[in-house]
Design a protein around this ligand. Structure first.
Ligand code: SF4
Length: 451
């Protein structure tokens, strides 16, 4: 029992180097504790888990949603929605043949880097929840802790989020949320172009009509006061979303290879926006996960949290753990079920973010070398509601079985060269045959004109 070990959890990554760099780079104290169920691997699950098909020889006419993401199976994740942006058919092959996207050695190294980054901000402590509701109590508590860490230090990592998209529950884990703008010049230009577009739209509005932006600003900006748990040293600050990508090579991705990251960041922003505006229906989320929201957390679980104090002697680096566990113990007794704890989480959201308007449209992707965790470079994107809605609408059509999965366009054929399904891919075979037919017709036309 006890704190997860750095070295045990690092898979071929020079974690000691990454950790020592981070300690010199930042004076940020790890005030937060992430509690994870003992049976689970530490931290929220990143892998896409789906049960394999029992008889792949028999044609299954159900939609991907019905086959892979309907109760009792897990709901959709952000990964489910953005992975097809690389190749939808490849994702389909992964789901239908293996039940999930297989974890490669590079992905395992990437997970190790993420783990190191998480532990720079949160102590990971294992506990033994007794019921599903206890497990979810931990999840919600970790979000509460993450939001408090954001308020106190200006940054948090590994924040789990949930929302509803097109009637489906979607969850994800945001790598990093910060009050620091990754590029003020980029933001200034973006704000300027938005203001110009808004002024143009306002000019076209009747004088008695409020613009959407004004409406959202007025309704979603609660006054920012210091919270009950701690003061807010970052009042009225913008919130910036960062996604950390690990790469096996030291080269930055370009062009279409950045597309999944762009959609991923936009989805995170959209889901975070809904939570900050308190528009996510908790009852629908709890129902999807078959939870009883008013069922009290088990006394044994609450007692174990109280006993966390005794772990302090095993965790000499954390002076604050006993305070945090004591506080969690008292809060679990006060907010003794999921509905109550969710409402506390909403209060924390309102304290950490002043509604939708505080979430920046500047989206940040940071690329790190998976071997060492070193930063290779970064990319900035501008949030675009229309682009996101179009993409998500198209993807949901596939998930709902309203259309077949598509392979890549001919311009992106480089993806097929590194695809494990290339030999059997019907899409690729058809494209090759089409290209050969075109070539044959061109040759025939040339031969005819030469006669
Ligand atoms: S071979 Fe190409 S089109 Fe087919 S699944 Fe792989 S990447 Fe997609």
């Amino acid at each position: 029992m006890g704190r997860m070990c750095w070295k045990k959890t690092c898979v071929g990554v020079n974690c000691a180097a990454l950790l020592s760099r981070s300690n010199t780079q930042s004076t940020r104290a790890r005030l937060s504790v992430h509690l994870v169920a003992r049976e689970e691997s530490p931290g929220p699950q990143r892998a896409v888990l789906v049960e394999p098909e029992s008889n792949p020889e028999v044609e299954d006419t159900r939609s991907p949603l019905q086959r892979f993401r309907t109760k009792p199976k897990k709901p959709l994740s952000v990964t489910d929605l953005v992975s097809p942006a690389w190749c939808e058919l490849q994702y389909w092959y992964n789901l239908s043949k293996f039940g999930r996207k297989k974890a490669t050695p590079a992905m395992k190294q990437g997970s190790a880097v993420h783990k190191v980054l998480e532990e720079q901000v949160h102590e990971i402590v294992q506990v033994r929840p007794k019921t599903k509701e206890d497990v979810w109590g931990l999840k919600i508590w970790n979000v509460i802790q993450g939001l408090r860490t954001l308020r106190l230090t200006g940054m948090t990592r590994e924040l789990e989020i949930w929302g509803v998209i097109d009637g489906q529950i979607v969850n994800g884990i945001i790598d990093e949320i910060s009050y620091s703008c990754p590029d003020p010049d980029f933001e200034e230009k973006l704000e300027k172009s938005k203001a110009e577009a808004e002024n143009g739209a306002k000019a076209a509005l009747p004088s008695n009509q409020t613009s959407i932006a004004d409406f959202l600003h007025n309704t979603n900006s609660p006054s920012q006061e210091s919270g009950p748990w701690l003061g807010n040293p970052f009042p009225e600050r913008k919130v910036y979303v960062t996604d950390v990508k690990t790469r096996g090579s030291k080269y930055m991705p370009k062009g279409v290879s950045l597309r999944p990251t762009f959609y991923q960041l936009m989805l995170y922003r959209m889901l975070l926006d809904a939570l900050a505006a308190n528009t996510v229906p908790a009852d629908v989320i709890f129902s999807r996960y078959s939870l009883t929201p008013l069922k009290p957390f088990t006394p044994a679980f609450i007692e174990e949290i109280e006993d966390l104090d005794s772990w302090k002697e095993n965790i000499p680096s954390t002076d604050d753990l006993s305070d945090v566990s004591r506080e969690f113990y008292h809060e679990l007794k006060t907010y003794n079920n999921l509905t109550a704890l969710w409402s506390l989480m909403m209060t924390e959201f309102s304290l950490a973010m002043s509604g939708s308007a505080s979430i920046s449209d500047v989206l940040h992707a940071e690329f790190r070398w998976s071997k060492t965790g070193d930063i290779i470079g970064s990319e900035l994107f501008a949030y675009d509601t229309a682009v996101l809605q179009k993409y998500v609408g198209e993807e949901m059509k596939w998930w709902k079985g309203e259309r077949e999965a598509k392979g890549v366009d001919i311009e992106e054929a480089f993806k097929c060269r590194i695809c494990e399904f290339a030999d059997e891919c019907t899409w690729r075979k058809t494209k090759i045959e089409e290209a050969m037919e075109k070539h044959r017709l061109r040759l025939a036309a040339r031969a005819k004109s030469a006669v």
